[in-house]
Ligand binder design. Sequence first.
Ligand code: ZN
Length: 116
Amino acid sequence: MNISIFLALFRSVRSKCPNCGIGHLYYKYLKLYKNCNNCNEELGCFRTDDFGPWLTIVIVGHIVVPLILYFEQEYAPALWLQASIWIPATLMLVLYFLPFSKGVCLAILWKTKDKN
Ligand SMILES: [Zn+2]
């Protein structure tokens, strides 16, 4: 079955197998299963390396930095207040987007390797 890159991306960003869309990609937050638990597609062979963290930094940076600059320009809150808001917000956004970013990379690798 020929699966489009868009469908593979859609499935992977939801942390599902790019081949079947049912099996889970990760255990222990970001560890890839060696094989899909539904269709047995090999997933553990794809090395996403630093692409996921890189994409996460790009996404979160484009969300957090404009907000920080806006609030600094408009309200100029105390430094301790900004730190107590932006540091946890950034950490939560990073943890939220990491599986998404890794899924993007996995879908691209999976699709480019699959030549059927
Ligand atoms: Zn699968």
